[in-house]
Structures are given as C-alpha cells and as structure tokens.
Design a protein around this ligand. Structure first.
Ligand code: NI
Length: 184
C-alpha cells in the first residue's frame, strides 16, 4: 500500500473522461483501491476519484462523516453517515429536478472552496470491491459527495458546476461564511 500523489486542477488527467474498469476483480484494481484509501485518509479527504491519483479509470471511494449530515437525519440511510464506500463504474440517476446549493472543497484544489448546485435526490449504482452490485438512494450531503466524485470521472471539477463564481475562493478567507465541510 502506498500514498499516491494527488493531481491538482490544471493537470490533463482531471479534464478527460475516465475509462470503464473492465475487470473489477483484477489485482491491479485491488491495489489501486487500497492505495486510494491510504491516500484519502492521509489527506483527510471525504472522497477520492481515480483520476485524482493519475489513473483514468471509473472508480471512486468516499465516506459520509457524521458532521456532514443533518442531526435529524442521522438514522436515515439516504442522508445519514455512510461508512467507506467503493464504487467501480458508478452511474447516477437524478430523482427529480430539485437542486441544492452548498459548499464543496476538493483535494485537487487544495485550500479552496466554492458554492455548488447539485441534485438534491439521486439514485446511484456501481460495483463494490467484492464484486457485489451497490444500489442506493441518496440525498443531502451524501448525494452531493457522490455527484462530486462521479464528476471527476467525466473530467469535471466543481468550479465547472458553479453558477456564481463570487462564491469561490480560499477556505481561510471564506471560512466565516460557511459551515465548511471536508475535501472531496
Ligand atoms: Ni474532488
């Protein structure tokens, strides 16, 4: 296992669509997952997508911490805390047109944050590390994290989703304006 270098905004690997994983059980994929977990934990991130570690494959990992969820929704699996999740070849289906605005940060834009619109309710599916199919309905911060990570697989960083760039800047300057969350 190893801590990998994280690509920052401007690196071409973050701008191009990633390729599907053809053999989710391959030893190289297992090693990539283990290294991504090490890398995310070392960077104290909430999520990480393979292109962020210079691998253009459709694979993301994330967790939804307690502090990223509403107090009243902790018992609701669609929006409450989620343990570490690995998704290979993930797909997202919006459930309705409703969008919500909230702050996001990203390990590929260290020290920065922005206010990003996302679908409020989604269904997502993908393949877990053990080959099982994962399918969940998500809302709130959980839905936001999944949309952020899967955008990385299509070459999109969160500033490209923003509609008001006046709400984009350095965490140290914006902190007073935000209940800041972790880096994705
Ligand atoms: Ni990110």
């Amino acid at each position: 296992m190893a801590i990998l270098k994280i690509a920052r905004m401007g690196h071409p690997v973050l701008r191009r669509p990633a390729e599907p994983v053809t053999d989710p059980g391959a030893s190289e994929i297992k090693r990539l997952i283990a290294d991504m977990i090490d890398t995310m934990r070392d960077a104290q991130g909430i999520g990480l997508a393979a292109p962020q570690v210079h691998v253009a494959k459709r694979l993301v990992i994330f967790h939804v911490p307690d502090e990223g969820t509403d107090e009243e929704s902790e018992d609701d699996p669609s929006s409450g805390p989620r343990p570490l999740t690995i998704l290979i070849n993930p797909e997202i289906e919006p459930l309705g047109e409703e969008r919500t605005l909230d702050w996001e940060a990203c390990l590929s834009l260290p020290g920065m944050m922005g206010m990003v619109p996302r679908f409020a309710h989604i269904r997502y599916r993908g393949i877990a590390a053990d080959g099982a199919l994962v399918e969940r309905v998500a809302e709130g911060f959980h839905a936001r994290v999944v949309q952020h990570e899967c955008d990385h697989l299509d070459g999109l960083l969160y500033p490209l989703r923003m509609t008001d760039l006046s709400q984009f800047g350095f965490v140290e300057e914006l902190r007073h304006a935000a209940g800041a969350s972790g880096e994705l």
